[in-house]
Design a protein around this ligand. Structure first.
Ligand SMILES: [Mg+2]
Length: 388
């Protein structure tokens, strides 16, 4: 079985843990309204006012004038993320993080030792709560796709198990929008054919879906039948490290897109450094509201794990696309690949020259101090990202 573990309102929950007096207040983490910032995370109290992530902070404050807005402390969250992953690692080495607060765990080989997957998930929930004072929602299912849906169904503090013989019964009543890749456009096209639930979709002939939606239609058919054969890939074996986010609503605002991209970049750079990996190729991924997906890549002369170098490259890739005029985005992602065989050898030579070396040194010192002190000491000044 696979477990998908996803922290509840992660950035906001970590901040509230640091300041218990905020417990019942609507709290959000994000950029300032004056700086045209966006919300990175909102507590459940804030969500009751309609505050959502990737929403302009000015809109959030209009919806909830009492909102407690806190700046993003990426290195704090990265430190806590490391502690969460250490709890996961008690039960399996097969951990595939999707972001700082979300991971797939393949526990098939662990069940003999620790009991059924559901029992492992319950232990993880308990340990995260008792040791870190945070809440994680879990989905337990025969594959990644089902586990991910399951972890989301009962948030916050969710626990949903999908038994191998209960897949159809689990999927059938859900709206098709629960499926990967069903956004506004595909959802509307399906609705026009009277397809609203996954059960409706499952009853369609595979051939019809393929004719109507191409390759994507085949994928939909497979998902509607609960089929997903992708393995859990442990990060240290991965050929690339990437992170992407799907928006609840399509987004065209360049400021929001840049803010989200910076958040993705910080997470990816942190994961590179954590695994001692340095990559040469920086990739940007865009999916438009019509479901077209494009990727853009740029290769650097020297492999890097520095937030600043990666951000410069990936933000230029985005700016180039924005300058051409692109449709609203449904998904934004970025990643780094082309890893150095021997990461340490790359640290010599001219990489240590000038500003790049300085920026790397900042990353390393911050990571190091945060690792030693549980991650609440240093944060990267947002100002150093102003290079647009
Ligand atoms: Mg989460």
């Amino acid at each position: 079985m696979i477990i998908h573990a996803d922290m509840d309102a992660f950035y906001a929950s970590v901040e509230i843990r640091e300041r218990p007096e905020l417990r019942d207040r609507p709290v959000a983490v994000g950029g300032s309204a004056e700086g045209r910032g966006v919300i990175a995370a909102a507590s459940y109290a804030a969500r009751q006012y309609g505050v959502r992530s990737a929403m302009p902070t000015s809109t959030a404050l209009r919806r909830c004038p009492d909102l407690v807005l806190l700046p993003v402390h990426m290195s704090l969250y990265a430190g806590v993320s490391r502690q969460i992953q250490a709890i996961f690692a008690r039960y399996t080495p097969l951990i595939e993080p999707l972001s700082l607060d979300e991971a797939f765990l393949d526990v098939r080989a662990s069940e003999r030792l620790f009991g059924p997957a559901a029992e492992i998930a319950r232990r993880i929930k308990r340990e995260v709560r008792e040791e870190l004072g945070l809440v994680v929602s879990t989905g337990v299912a025969p594959n990644k796709f089902l586990a991910k849906i399951a972890s989301d169904l009962d948030k916050p503090d969710g626990f949903v198990e999908v038994a191998a013989d209960g897949v159809q019964a689990f999927l059938d009543p859900l709206p098709v929008s629960r499926l990967w890749g069903v956004g506004r456009v595909t959802g509307a096209a399906l609705q026009k054919r009277g397809i609203r639930t996954i059960a409706d979709l499952r009853r369609q002939p595979a051939e019809m879906l393929r004719r109507q939606f191409g390759e994507h239609g085949q994928q939909l058919w497979r998902l509607a039948h609960g089929i997903d054969e992708r393995p859990v890939v442990a990060e240290h074996e991965a050929k690339s490290i990437s992170h992407e986010t799907t928006f609840a609503r399509d987004i065209a605002d360049p400021d929001i897109l840049r803010a989200v991209l910076l958040d993705l970049t910080e997470q990816v750079a942190w994961r590179l450094r954590r695994h001692g990996k340095r990559g040469r190729t920086v990739q940007l991924k865009l999916r438009f509201d019509d479901f077209r997906t494009v990727t853009r890549a740029h290769s650097l002369r020297d492999a890097t794990d520095a937030t600043q170098a990666i951000w410069q490259t990936v933000s230029q890739l985005l700016d180039r696309e924005l300058a051409q005029g692109i449709p609203p985005l449904r998904l934004l992602g970025m990643g780094v690949s082309g890893f150095d065989e021997d990461a340490d050898s790359g640290r010599q030579g001219d990489l240590f020259a000038g500003a790049a070396a300085e920026s790397e040194a900042v990353d390393r010192i911050a990571d190091d101090i945060n690792a030693r002190f549980g991650g609440k000491v240093l944060q990267r000044a947002r100002g150093c990202h102003k290079g647009r």
